[in-house]
Design a protein around this ligand. Structure first.
Ligand code: ZN
Length: 185
């Protein structure tokens, strides 16, 4: 998936889960933003990614480091180590440790974990698939029965349109729930 579509999928997931668990607006907005940013993290192994560009001068060395580490372990430079369930677990654990389990900011760790997972869910549907289960089944790419071309028309028009519509529907539903007094403001 392309960066902007990962970002949109992060917004959709963050907003959807935030609404579902009843987060109030002051938390719902940063929760959604953090999920969207975290949805870009796995592509820190791609020089052209939004995540690498956002890191400025640090982006190139971080990207090179992750690519080398992945290759050292026998995986691909891009869509290698950072695109595995193991990496998701490590990132989620680190976010939880940094924030603190009992902290009132627990939702930050949830947003990071959710965003990262959203990225993997987006990429797994592409033709190339992902080595999700490393090291359990080596670097074998896991592929879905129905796949789409990364950056192709289906992703950019159909999936993107559905995701944007989803965000709009969720927004309207949430506004409606607030208006009826059924959820927090
Ligand atoms: Zn990716």
């Amino acid at each position: 998936m392309m960066g902007r579509n990962h970002r949109t999928s992060g917004i959709l997931t963050g907003f959807g889960v935030g609404v579902a668990v009843g987060l109030s607006w002051p938390v719902l907005i940063p929760f959604t933003v953090i999920t969207a940013v975290a949805a870009l993290l796995p592509d820190l192994d791609s020089y052209n990614s939004i995540a690498v560009k956002c890191l400025g001068p640090l982006g190139h060395p971080v990207c090179t480091g992750l690519r080398r580490l992945s290759q050292l372990l026998g995986g691909n430079a891009h869509r290698g180590l950072t695109h595995t369930v193991a990496a998701w677990l490590v990132v989620s654990a680190l976010a939880t440790l940094l924030v603190g389990v009992t902290s009132s900011f627990w939702w930050v760790a949830l947003a990071v974990s959710l965003g990262y997972l959203t990225h993997l869910a987006g990429d797994i549907g592409t033709i190339r698939g992902l080595p999700l289960l490393w090291p359990y089944r080596g670097w074998r790419d896991i592929k879905m029965p129905l796949r789409f071309k990364a950056g192709g028309s289906f992703e950019n028009y159909v999936i993107r349109s559905l995701m944007i519509m989803g965000v709009c529907v969720l927004f309207l539903v949430h506004i409606g729930l607030v208006a009826w007094g059924l959820t927090y403001v």
